[in-house]
Design a protein around this ligand. Sequence first.
Ligand code: HEC
Length: 248
Amino acid sequence: MQSQLPIYPEQASNFAPNVDSLMLFITAICLFFAVAVTVAIVIFFFKFHRKAPNDVGVPIHGDSRLEAAWMIIPLILAMAMFSWGAVVRPTKPGRYHFFCSQYCGTNHALMGGWVTVMEPSDYAAWLSGSSGGSTNPLVAGEKLFAEKACITCHVPDGSGRSPSLNGLYGAKVLLADGSTVTADESYIRESILQPNAKIVAGYPPLMPTFQGQLTEEQILALTAYIKSLQSLPVPAKGSGIAPPTGNK
Ligand code: HEC
């Protein structure tokens, strides 16, 4: 259990000691108020309970200093917790699990991910594509394009019901709503993860989403591969690229 739900996971960034002490601080504040309120309830119970059946309590009209105190003290405490943050700087290479910190909706509990911390040299190697079996992203992307069956829909010559991706990168794409969009990296990423966000004019929205099925590395590899198709001949029919005049 402890390993699945560590109260204090391993500290691996300059941020971690802060978060751990913030956690302690919040727990201490909660304990303090829980005890203080409970003790006050018990004391007041004995002090103010009705001693005779016809007892009438002393009327109290409030105390503005007390009112101010219980607004200002919690405000200061909350501001202190709020500003307890810092910029994360990892201090230890490794692979670390993280959780979504915002309660955002259905399946929130399943929203997590992994942060991989690498030495600068390893990171540079990973960026240049030489880590992990020396596959370069372009080659990996071409392989994925076949493995993930992109190729069965996106036939290079534009035959079939999906646009050819030849010449796509950097070009203007005509969308079903009549607008155009420049096919940059973020458009390609969105097209893969949320294919229905922007539908290419003249094509049915039949592309499945690949959200959750591709790692960040695989998305970058596919993008690199699609970018490499930039210089290939664009088929006259069967491409999403806007015709030179078309900006209607
Ligand atoms: C079932 C068929 C199908 C599969 C499989 C498929 N796509 Fe698509 N894709 C489409 C269709 C149809 C469109 C055009 C309609 C739209 O915009 O959603 C499209 C659009 C795109 C676009 C935007 C194209 C443009 O001209 O603007 C990109 C980029 C893309 N797909 C990449 C991929 C990648 C990468 C894969 C594999 C991981 C993939 N697709 C798998 C059918 C498919």
